[in-house]
Structures are given as C-alpha cells and as structure tokens.
Design a protein around this ligand. Structure first.
Ligand code: ADP
Ligand code: MG
Length: 262
C-alpha cells in the first residue's frame, strides 16, 4: 500500500497535538434501560489522523461507544461532534456523519449474493452517485491495497475469513471516510488470518486516516496506537499513550485488566 492516502490531504509533518479535533465527545451517557447505564459521562477528543485503541473487559461499553460515534446508537445525554457536525437524531444529519465514518465489524457482513467488487462498489454508486466505471476503478485500487485484486469476481463464500475482512475494509474505504471505526475486526478469525488483517490496518495507520479500534490485540495496540482508552463498566478508567498505559498504569482497574490479558 502506498504511503499516502489517495483520499486525504493529510500532512504528517504536523504533530498530533497541533492538529484539530475530528471527534469530540462530551459527557456521553447512554442507557439501554433504566437499570442499564452503559456509557457514563464519557469525555474524549480525538485528533485528525489519531489512532486510538479501545480496550476493556467484555460488556464494558466499547462497542456501544464506537457505535454512538456514527449514530448507530442513540445517546440520551451529552454531545458528539464529528468533523464539525454535531450529531443529532435528524436523519439527514446522521447520514452525513455515516458518509464520513467507515465501520468494520467482527463479522464481516458482506453481501453473500454479490461479487467482491460489487460489494465494494455498491455504496459508492448508490450513495455517492459515482459512475460505475469510476467506482470499479477505485474498487480495484482498493483491492490492490488490501492485497487481493485477484478475488474481485468471486463471491464472499469463496474467500477465507481474513480475505473477507480485508474486503470489508476495502468496502468501507471506498466511501472515502475520514474516520474508520473497527469493532474487534480480528476476533472472529482463525489465528493464522489475524496478521493479514492487522497488516492492512497498520498500513492504513500511516495514511492519515483517523482510526478507533476496539481490539484485544495488545501487540497491535502497543505498536500503532497514539492513545489507548481503557473502558470499564461504561466509564473511561484511564487514557494515555501505550507506554503510559502498559508500562505505568495509574489505576487499579487498569492494572487488574492488564494482569488478566498480558
Ligand atoms: P463491549 O463491546 O465492551 O463488550 P457493549 O457495548 O457491547 O460492551 O455492551 C455494554 C453493555 O450494554 C452490556 O451490559 C451489554 O449487555 C449491554 N448491551 C449492548 N447492546 C445492547 C442492546 N442492544 N440492548 C440492551 N443491552 C445492550
Ligand atoms: Mg463489543
């Protein structure tokens, strides 16, 4: 994959601290029911091009948190601003934010009855209104970037899990998002396929894409994250660089979590 993002005006010379926020979350609160308070006063700002890894025990609210950012989950209290647009319950507004955020799930969610290339070009043609030829050209470029151009005319069921997840990443990138959200993208994969997906994600990190990644892959987190956020029981317990969090955790709950997984 080339080192520049074909879609972005990212300037790697600007230090992270001096870049603008692309995501700003203020006092996010979410309840699934009266008793189920799953996000509790979550505050976080994310810079353009920042790579954020979200860690935390199962059920701590990681998926809910990243799903609020593209409006897949409603919040009951608080404020989310994505690339200058405040998220509201207005449908047009949510659609605008969804156009800027690509999402990759644990289960690849490809359309089984469409070829790989059609899976990738569907949204650019219907949502972005691109001519088919342009969508296919960019679709093929993206398949090259994720290393499987030869699979373009096959169907998802003919591909391995790792290949399908790479297609899912290419499909999300085809919409030219400014932000990519990953929710445990390698958790459903056989171990030998984890690396090929992480490698694609690592390459993407150098392109200026803003990424939020929920994962249990600690080596990936240490290697690529600018910042790690640790969730527990719907709260951000601790936030810091990989060195701060892994080598010098401040909170007991962080130490406890790390002792279980490292
Ligand atoms: P994580 O991704 O960290 O495992 P989730 O965000 O999926 O955590 O879940 C946080 C809490 O919210 C859990 O208690 C979970 O059972 C609950 N939850 C998640 N999704 C729903 C839903 N759609 N309806 C009701 N409860 C949910
Ligand atoms: Mg989850």
């Amino acid at each position: 994959m080339e080192n520049t993002n074909i879609f972005s005006d990212f300037n790697p010379d600007i230090p992270l601290a001096e870049r603008e926020n692309i995501i700003s979350c203020r006092n996010l609160n979410k309840w699934y029911s009266n008793e189920l308070h799953v996000l509790k006063d979550v505050n976080v700002d994310i810079k353009k091009g920042e790579i954020v890894v979200v860690l935390g025990p199962s059920g701590s609210g990681k998926s809910t948190f990243i799903r609020t950012i593209n409006g897949l989950e409603e919040i009951q209290k608080g404020k989310i601003v994505v690339d200058g647009i405040e998220l509201s319950n207005d449908k047009a507004n949510i659609e605008n934010i969804r156009k800027e955020t690509g999402m990759v799930f644990q289960s690849f969610n490809l359309f089984p009855h469409l070829t790989i290339l059609k899976n990738i070009t569907l949204s650019p043609i219907w949502v972005r209104k691109w001519p088919k030829k342009k969508a296919e050209e960019i679709g093929m470029q993206l398949l090259e970037r994720v290393g499987i151009p030869e699979q373009a005319h096959k169907y998802p069921g003919q591909l391995s899990g790792g290949q399908q997840q790479r297609v899912a990443i290419a499909r999300a990138l085809a919409m030219q998002p400014k932000i990519m959200l990953f929710d445990e993208p390698t958790s459903a994969l056989d171990p030998e396929m984890v690396k090929e997906v992480l490698d694609v994600m690592k390459e993407l990190c150098c392109t200026g894409m803003t990424m939020i990644v929920v994962t249990h892959e600690m080596n990936f987190a240490r290697e690529v994250a600018d910042r790690i956020i640790l969730f527990d029981q719907g709260e951000i317990v601790e936030m810091g660089t990989p060195e701060e969090l892994f080598d010098n955790p401040k909170h007991e709950r962080t130490k406890l979590f790390l002792s279980k997984i490292l």
